[in-house]
Structures are given as C-alpha cells and as structure tokens.
Design a protein around this ligand. Structure first.
Ligand SMILES: Nc1ncnc2c1ncn2[C@@H]1O[C@H](COP(=O)(O)OP(=O)(O)OP(=O)(O)O)[C@@H](O)[C@H]1O
Ligand SMILES: [Mg+2]
Length: 362
C-alpha cells in the first residue's frame, strides 16, 4: 500500500513564514492527487517534505504505514520530477534513465530491462542513444518522467513538471500523464498553480492558500460546491463573477446598486445569517444567460464592453452598474460593443458568500 498521510504537518521558515500550516490529509493508494494554489502558497514545500528534502517543524508524514519523518530521502521509495528536470547533458537518454539504478548498484540486466520498459511506455525507444541537446522540450520531459519510472517507486512526486513546455505541448503531455497513471497504477502526488491542470488530472484536488488546505474534493464538487470565495474564484476559467450587495427580506432579494434580484424561497434558510446585511453574489460566466428561458430568472440590464468571438463560443464583458462581469454564451449571441442587452442569472446556479468570512452560504 502506498498512500501518503499528513498528520498536522507544519513547516515554518525563519521562525515566521508558515509555508505549510497544520495540514492534515491523505493521498490514497493509487490515487492521482493534485495540490493546487497560487505562487508561494506552500505546494513545493509540502512535496519536498514528502521527499525528505525539507524537515517538518512539527507533525508527521507516513508513506504506506511507515512514519518517514526520520527516514533518509533515498530510503523513502519515492521518485520526484521537478519543474527544472535538469538532465545530464553529457549522458545519453539511456544513461540518464539508468543513472539512479547504477548508483543503487542494480545488476546491468535489470537496468536494461527497466529502462527499455520505461522507454516503451513513454514512446522514446528511438531516442535512447541521443543526448538531451538533440531532443525537443516534450521529449526531454518524457526522459525526466522516465528517470522516475525506472525507479519503480511507491509514490511519484511531480512539482509543476509541465510549466516549461509551450501551451500546446502542455496539453499533449497532460493527457500522457493521465494515461501513464492508468498504466502504472501507482500513487501520484502532483503540484501545480494551474487550475486547468489540476481539474483535468486530479482524481481529487486539494486547494492551498497561505500554507493552509482550504478544501479537498473531486473536480466537480470543487467546481460546483466551493467552500469559500477564494476556492470559487480560483477554480474555473474565466473565473466566477462576484458582485457585492445586500440581502433584503420580504420579499427575499439581493440588492446591488444597479439592480435588485428576487431570490427563490429555497435561499431563505441558508441566507438567514446575512439577512438585511452585506453579502457577495457569485455567478459563473456560463450561468450568465442571454436567452429568454423563464427558468433563467429576471432580466438585468447590461452594456456590452467587449465581445470576444472565439469560434465555438463568445466571451462577453458586460457592464452592470460599476461592475464588469464575464459571460460565456453560444455563438448565436454576438452583440456589438456599446449595445445594451438583457442578461439573466440562472437562479439554480447562484452562489452567495458571507461578506466578512467569505465562506460559502449557498
Ligand atoms: N528555504 C526557504 N527559506 C525561507 N522561506 C522559504 C524557503 N522555501 C520556501 N520559502 C517560503 O515558503 C513559502 C512557500 O514556498 P513554496 O516554494 O512551497 O511555494 P509554492 O506554492 O511552491 O510556490 P510556486 O507556485 O511559486 O512554486 C513562500 O513564502 C516561500 O517564500
Ligand atoms: Mg513551487
């Protein structure tokens, strides 16, 4: 069994930087787990703690059933792929992949078998005799992953392994990593600041901010039921729109300087704590509707600022009062900049957040 378990793990730098702040979670056996969050939130530190490249200030880390706090990195049975996966430039691809096994004094035949098997899985058999300088970025990336695969580790640790690749290659490699995980059936702990990467690769995702884990969930739960405004805004692109206003009662409504939106009865309970007080409305771009369907709610007046015609959909920047919101609509809606249009917020897709706490209410 090759789970990774974090028990109240903390890492403080220079007595004041809480890089990892009392984190508790488990990466399950054979799971593809992604830790995502903005730059500096503590992702790499968390990964380096698993690898043994950092020491915890307090708390425990288990790999499988073994407490590894005091286990040397080389004895932890993990393999890490870094963002800057420096390959040895003077060695061939074969030797780059074989290097760690040679260090560990594996028999020659075993090394050859493992390198060839990994090369076959990654589709780089033809490249084994080349030097890294003669490879494309994507091929180098594959070699870096190959170096990890030959080790046959209990857990793979990936630290933003795709961020050096151009956008198109990144999409291709993303799918390859997902396939690789299916084939190898090993535990993967992957960190990235890119929420698209997290959503497409992670079976479960942990969202981190300022060293704290805010939410752990599968991609759809994270998208549809974020625990607070930060997670709601971080996951999804273009991001969720936020409008500041007040919740008024009798009848229940959200009032904004530019509009007043009646709310269904079902919102009464969850919004009691903010009744007659400030709150934030959240609505995702795809839930801002231009069609006239009755379930879409009441019309609100908006002025089109910019219309981006993407071919498969249109992205509209709409001015409502002092706010600009983004709508993602079918191509048949292609209003011109300056035009005034009616938009509706799909009532079933409304989110509300507390004004101070930013916790999700609905
Ligand atoms: N060796 C160190 N000494 C002091 N502070 C450090 C050290 N390593 C990291 N930090 C600080 O700890 C925090 C977390 O850093 P970490 O590298 O884990 O972030 P990250 O989430 O990986 O960011 P990025 O997306 O930019 O890679 C940051 O505030 C960083 O400045
Ligand atoms: Mg990092």
């Amino acid at each position: 069994m090759s789970r990774v378990l974090f028990k109240d793990l903390t890492r403080v730098f220079d007595k004041k930087v809480m890089a990892v702040d009392h984190v508790c979670f488990e990466v399950a056996d054979k799971e593809f787990f992604v830790l995502v969050g903005p730059s500096g939130c503590g992702k790499s530190t968390t990964l380096r703690l698993v690898a043994g490249l950092e020491e915890p200030t307090s708390g425990e880390i288990y790999i499988g059933d073994r407490l590894v706090n005091d286990v040397e990195p080389k004895d932890r049975d993990i393999a890490m792929v870094f963002q800057n996966y420096a390959l040895y430039p003077h060695m061939t691809v074969y030797d780059n992949m074989a290097f760690a096994l040679k260090l560990r004094k594996f028999p020659k035949k075993e090394i050859r078998n493992r390198v060839q098997k990994a090369a076959r899985i990654l589709g780089i058999e033809e490249l084994l005799k080349r030097k890294p300088a003669a490879l494309s970025g994507g091929q180098r990336q594959r070699v870096a992953v190959g170096r990890a695969i030959v080790r046959n580790p209990k857990v793979f640790l990936f630290d933003e392994p795709l961020s050096n690749l151009d956008a198109k290659l990144r999409v291709g490699m993303r799918a390859e990593l997902a396939r690789l995980h299916q084939r190898l059936e090993t535990t993967v702990f992957y960190v990235t600041h890119d929420q698209v990467e997290a959503m497409t690769l992670g079976q479960r995702i942990g969202v981190m901010k300022d060293g704290k884990l805010l939410q752990i969930a599968d991609p759809m739960t994270l998208y549809n039921k974020p625990v607070n405004r930060f997670v709601a805004g971080f996951i999804g692109s273009p991001p969720m729109n936020f409008l500041e206003g007040r919740i008024e009662t009798r009848p229940l409504r959200f009032t904004h300087p530019a509009f007043s939106l009646q709310l269904p009865r079902s919102f009464e309970d969850p919004l009691t704590t903010v009744a007659n007080g400030p709150a934030t409305l959240g609505i995702r771009p795809e839930d801002v509707r231009l069609d006239q369907a009755p379930e879409s709610g009441q019309p609100l007046r908006a002025a089109v600022e910019v219309a981006e015609l993407m071919g498969n959909e249109n992205i509209l920047y709409l001015k409502i009062g002092e706010n600009t919101i983004i709508a993602r609509v079918p191509t048949r809606f292609a209003p011109r900049p300056g035009e005034n249009i009616d938009v509706r917020f799909d009532a079933r897709k409304l989110h509300f957040f507390g004004a101070g706490t930013e916790e999700t209410l609905v």
